[in-house]
Design a binder for this molecule. Structure first.
Ligand SMILES: C[S@@+](CC[C@H](N)C(=O)[O-])C[C@H]1O[C@@H](n2cnc3c(N)ncnc32)[C@H](O)[C@@H]1O
Length: 395
């Protein structure tokens, strides 16, 4: 927007924002907001949008996008005493926390006409059936912003250059004291402004959406009683992201964690990030040990080209493995059958396994001797089964 990000990145992030906050995503956003307070004074927009995966696809543009979001602190808004950044946070929090939540739509307007961030309500697209909260951000076309910047940068450079010449012998902007003229064009302040140093983004841009990943964990962990020390198997642990969530949500509980994944690369990454005596990782398909609880997030979803019946045979084996290695219970999630109706041809090509909960509830109850609780009210197109072990499993 303006000089901060290119016009094409502006278009891209507007699409991403408007897809993420559209009516179809509203239920999920309401649950995420309730669970993690994503939009609140606890988080900056750079953190919240990274968490939701609202970042330009081009990695080189991401830092500029983040800088733009930080710059919103210097913008004015339609609320007296509230800066632009906090106004956007408030608009999103209000929309998702309202008794009647509303989707949110981002647009831009000419900064020359109104330099404030303005929030209104209405139907921004012709086919809207519901009211949106509309956030409008003042912007200046890149070309205009660049021309202005060039003009002001030119006069600043001239001012500093004349200072350097005026002093002749000593210049804080020049590398050398003795030859100010010769070093004029190596004068650091004339060549470039110091770059702000930003640390690595903790929210990890490698994930398409860390927020929904965490929301899945929150559902699965409902199987656990954290009031005393526990052991926990995480089957299909990936990079071990669950460890980070456990540290934040259950710091008081002593957890003996074992991550299992069939990918060596994933296990190496997980070890690099989270290895401690209480966090171990092994390559494998089944846990090598019996633990109080097991969770498995996302391991049933991609059927890697197997016919449905064959894949369901694998799922039964995986569930049996989870039961065998869990003393008290296990949690597992599936993409729900509802998805099938909505799935595009592209999705079905990827080989997404979608299912109705019924057969797997029955399997866990009848074949594995569990009492099953089904969770499907967390805003996502999937469900979680919490299987509590009633008694030992006959071999
Ligand atoms: C979608 S990722 C989810 C990773 C992690 N659970 C999370 O939510 O961040 C699925 C992971 O499960 C692993 N996986 C799939 N089937 C598995 C199996 N039968 N045993 C162990 N790991 C499995 C894959 O290698 C992959 O890392």
């Amino acid at each position: 927007m303006g000089r901060a990000i290119s016009d094409s990145t502006t278009s891209e992030v507007l699409v991403r924002l408007n897809r993420r906050f559209e009516p179809d995503e509203l239920r999920e956003m309401v649950v995420l907001q309730k669970e993690f307070k994503i939009f609140s004074s606890k988080h900056t927009l750079r953190q919240s949008f990274a968490l939701l995966g609202i970042v330009p696809a081009d990695r080189s543009e991401r830092e500029r996008w983040y800088r733009f979001l930080d710059k919103l602190y210097t913008y004015k808004s339609d609320l007296q005493g509230v800066n632009g950044h906090d106004r956007v946070v408030k608009a999103l929090a209000d929309a998702f926390e309202a008794a009647q939540p509303s989707p949110v739509y981002f647009i831009v307007h000419q900064a020359s006409e109104d330099d404030r961030i303005v929030v209104t309500s209405g139907r921004p697209i012709i086919f809207s059936l519901v009211n949106y909260s509309i956030v409008s951000i003042p912007t200046t076309p890149s070309r205009v912003a660049r021309e202005r910047a060039a003009t002001s940068h030119g006069s600043e450079a001239r001012r500093r250059r004349s200072e350097c010449f005026g002093r002749r012998r000593r210049c804080e902007h020049c590398i050398s004291r003795s030859r100010p003229r010769a070093n004029l064009f190596r004068c650091r302040s004339l060549l470039r402004r110091p770059r702000a140093k930003y640390g690595a983004t903790p929210l990890g841009v490698d994930w398409s959406c860390q927020a929904t990943q965490s929301l899945r964990f929150v559902q699965l962990l409902k199987i656990c009683d954290f009031s005393a020390a526990i052991s926990l198997n995480d089957v299909g642990c990936g990079c071990g992201a669950l460890c980070a969530l456990l540290a934040v949500r259950h710091p008081e509980c002593e957890i003996d964690y074992l991550g299992i994944d069939l990918s060596k690369a994933m296990i190496s990454r997980a070890r690099r990030r989270f290895s401690t005596p209480g966090h171990r990782f092994v390559v494998g398909k089944v846990s090598p040990r019996l633990a109080d609880y097991s969770v498995a997030s996302g391991i049933m979803n991609v059927n890697v080209g197997y016919p449905r019946a064959v894949w369901e045979g694998f799922i039964a084996t995986m569930l049996r493995g989870l039961r065998h290695t869990s003393r008290r219970g296990f949690g597992v999630n599936f993409v729900s059958e509802m998805m099938i109706a909505e799935a595009t041809a592209a999705q079905s090509k990827v080989g997404l396994y979608c299912t109705d909960p019924e057969p797997w509830i029955r399997y866990c109850e009848d074949e594995l001797g569990c009492a099953v609780e089904m969770l499907d009210n967390y805003g996502m197109k999937e469900f979680t089964l919490l299987a509590r072990c009633k008694h030992g499993l006959a071999e």
